[in-house]
Design a protein. Structure first.
Length: 587
């Protein structure tokens, strides 16, 4: 028993180290700025639009506001964003433990809450695997894989709500397992389970609206399970009675009521559609295949991700090749072990397989039928991520026991020898031997390398890289060709607080660089429907600024009309930032 808990502490220790490694070393991106601003109880609407503003003015919403409370967090969130408030309220309380960093909110403090929930998911996966498969070995291997999963570490190192939603998904799936076992016995769910399940589901929806996909996949998985049971048992199968079905219907009704609370928030939020434009749109040609490849890439990174985003092309190629070879070797082993697991824990395995395939089906329904490409955001796979890890853990457990099972079979089939020195003639199947404990160890070590890849920012890099954009800006300021300190205007078109976050990333990085550049100002040129409004705002702002002036247009999606300005086509664009530099010297 002591060794059992010590081993769990090892998984927790490894997972903690990976999640805290380089936690604040990556620049925050626009979604994280939303978390920071709203969790402080601040608003983006205080940042002036359509005029030049200083760096400190742009970053003002990231300053702690002692007067702001939980009501301010909820108010600004539901009126300016499209997320439920639970995680933001928790972050608001959590940030009180961390002093400001350079006058701004502590990035490490904000990310550490998500990391903490990610760490808690490791023992939660152990309990989940142990309970679902009635096996400590499954629990340990599920916890071990959760500890090093590159996808899990990616989510845990962002100041976002996904790791909290994963915990609710684990808890809700545990309730699903209990309900399936009761249905199999034609027994009603106890009232405590009904209330607990409804409470967990409601909290899950209050953490992320896409948690409803977890619930929808659960419902489909139960239907699929009942159909499979009827097909296999035929005449011996009995559908759940009305009495045993009532508590399950109560769970559905209670969860529906908890979810409907947020419908008015959707209706009053005018930003919802604009904030999700990036996952909407029409497809042409090969774009119809993109969701399939995006989904496969997300599935792979739940288990392994080597440095495919390294700046060294050789490293990228070698990493891709090793990953391909690894999966060609590992997938048959996992699939073979899963087939045996279906025989040993048929109900649970069928339930989780049905859940995973149902969730994937829902993703593709949204993508191809409703026109909302959920596969573009790998983070949305939190919906079924815990089920994938526990299934992998169960497969690895069967793989771990394969050699022992083969040895037992050989002993039973070998004739009893009267010679004490004689050896059994049977031999262990080489495939079984390779796919046993050594294979499990190798798969876990690949996961460990993958976790280090993400922590060291060589995989699952942030969508925006202001850390790569700021150095050229600094070099531009230090150019010896400039005889005077020429001011810089960094301008972008503005629709929602997403663009605030894009500019905040640049301003944050400039502040973190601790440089004292020549004067830098920012322009958020607002745009509703007509792009010309942003063009007019830029021209009006330039008319008020002295010349000479350097103008850096960043993600400026409007016609560019700059009189007496010469473009520098060599200024680099980086991930998340499409740039154009103009030298404006005369009027």
């Amino acid at each position: 028993m002591i060794n059992n808990w010590l081993l769990l502490l090892v998984w927790i220790g490894v997972g903690t180290g990976l999640r805290l490694l380089n936690l604040a070393g990556k620049s925050p991106w626009t979604d994280e700025f939303s978390t920071l601003v709203f969790s402080l109880g601040n608003s983006f609407r205080g940042v002036p639009l359509d005029r030049a503003i200083a760096l400190d003015t742009l970053l003002q919403p990231l300053q702690a506001n002692p007067a702001a409370g939980i009501n301010d967090v909820i108010h600004h969130l539901v009126t300016e964003s499209n997320h439920p408030p639970l995680y933001f309220v928790l972050t608001h309380l959590w940030l009180k433990l961390f002093p400001p960093d350079g006058g701004l909110v502590s990035l490490w403090g904000a990310r550490s809450l998500a990391a903490l929930f990610g760490i808690v998911s490791i023992p939660a996966m152990y309990a989940f695997g142990w309970f679902a498969f009635r096996s400590r070995l499954v629990g340990h291997l599920a916890a071990a894989m959760m500890a090093v999963s590159p996808y899990g570490i990616f989510l845990a190192q962002e100041a976002r709500h996904y790791t909290l939603a994963i915990l609710w998904a684990i808890a809700s799936l545990s309730c699903l397992v209990v309900s399936a076992r009761h249905l199999q016995r034609q027994a009603s769910l106890p009232i405590w389970l009904v209330l607990l399940w409804v409470g967990i589901n409601t909290l899950g929806i209050s953490s992320h609206y896409f948690f409803v996909l977890t619930l929808g996949a659960q419902a489909l998985a139960l239907i699929v399970l009942l159909w499979q049971q009827r097909r296999t048992q035929k005449n011996n199968f009995k559908f759940p009675t009305v009495k045993s079905s009532i508590p399950l219907l109560a769970v559905a009704a209670g969860t529906l009521a908890g979810g409907l609370v947020w419908v008015p928030v959707f209706l009053q939020n005018s930003y919802g559609g604009k904030l999700t434009e990036w996952i909407q749109g029409d497809r042409v040609g090969f774009a119809w295949l993109s969701p399939i490849f995006q989904a496969i890439a997300a599935w792979i990174t739940m288990i392994v991700l080597l440095p495919v985003e390294s700046p060294d092309l050789v490293v990228v190629i070698l990493s891709g090749a090793v990953m391909i070879v690894f999966f060609l070797w590992a997938l048959p082993i996992l699939y073979r072990s899963l087939k045996f697991q279906r025989q040993e824990a048929g109900l649970t395995t069928q339930l989780f397989e049905g859940f995973i395939w149902s969730a994937i089906a829902l993703f593709f329904v949204f993508t191809y039928i409703l026109g909302i490409d959920l596969t573009r955001g790998a983070r949305y796979n939190f919906v079924y991520f815990p089920a994938v890890i526990v299934i992998v853990g169960a497969s690895l457990a069967d793989c771990w026991n394969a050699v022992k099972a083969e040895e037992t079979a050989l002993k039973q089939s070998s004739p009893v020898s009267t010679n004490p020195g004689s050896k059994a003639k049977g031999k262990i199947n080489p495939f079984i031997k390779i796919s046993g404990q050594k294979a499990v160890a190798l798969i876990w070590l690949m996961g460990l390398l993958s976790g280090l890849t993400v922590a060291c920012n060589l995989g699952y890099q942030k969508y925006y890289r202001p850390d790569l954009l700021v150095p050229p800006i600094i070099e531009l300021q230090d150019s010896p060709s400039s005889s005077v300190q020429v001011p810089i205007l960094i301008a972008t078109t503005h629709k929602t607080h997403v663009q605030n976050g894009e500019m905040m990333g640049i301003a944050w990085e400039l502040k973190q660089q601790a440089v004292q550049p020549r004067e830098i100002q920012f322009l958020l040129a607002h745009q509703d429907q007509n792009p010309q409004t942003s063009t007019a705002a830029l021209q009006k702002t330039l008319a008020t600024l002295p010349r000479p002036l350097d103008v850096l247009l960043v993600n400026f999606h409007a016609p560019i009309e700059l009189d007496k300005c010469v473009t520098n086509a060599n200024f680099p664009s980086v991930d998340g930032y499409e740039t154009k530099l103009y030298y404006c010297r005369d009027r």
